[in-house]
Design a protein around this ligand. Structure first.
Ligand code: SF4
Length: 105
């Protein structure tokens, strides 16, 4: 990320920070079971890897490998909205200070 990224969020210049959030699935979502899991509390969510990235993130492109059929909550996430800007600021701060990535809950 560069300084410009700190002022306006743009998916094309982002590390897909929102794809480290918990993605709770809607009953209408049709996601392959091997990409999902259940939390201890019983929520049906997108599975994440050891660093917290959604398993549907394409490792090569950094984009969503199931974009056309992505979960409802992902469709509703507003690029450069308040939540987007907040989690990007936290992500940048952690990287600057060398704090290991954590799983957002
Ligand atoms: S399903 Fe796609 S858009 Fe949603 S968090 Fe996973 S990679 Fe990101």
């Amino acid at each position: 990320m560069n300084d410009k990224d700190e002022h306006r969020a743009d998916c094309a210049h982002c590390d897909a920070v929102c794809c480290r959030l918990t993605v709770v699935l809607d009953a209408a979502d049709r996601i392959a079971e091997h990409l999902t899991t259940h939390t201890p509390a019983g929520l049906h969510v997108m599975a994440r890897d050891a660093e917290g990235w959604c398993v549907a993130v394409d490792g090569a492109s950094g984009g969503c490998s199931i974009y056309e059929g992505r979960p409802t909550v992902c469709r509703r996430f507003v690029m450069d909205g308040p939540y987007c800007r907040d989690i990007r600021a936290d992500y940048r701060d952690r990287r600057r200070r060398g704090i290991p990535l954590v799983v957002y809950t």
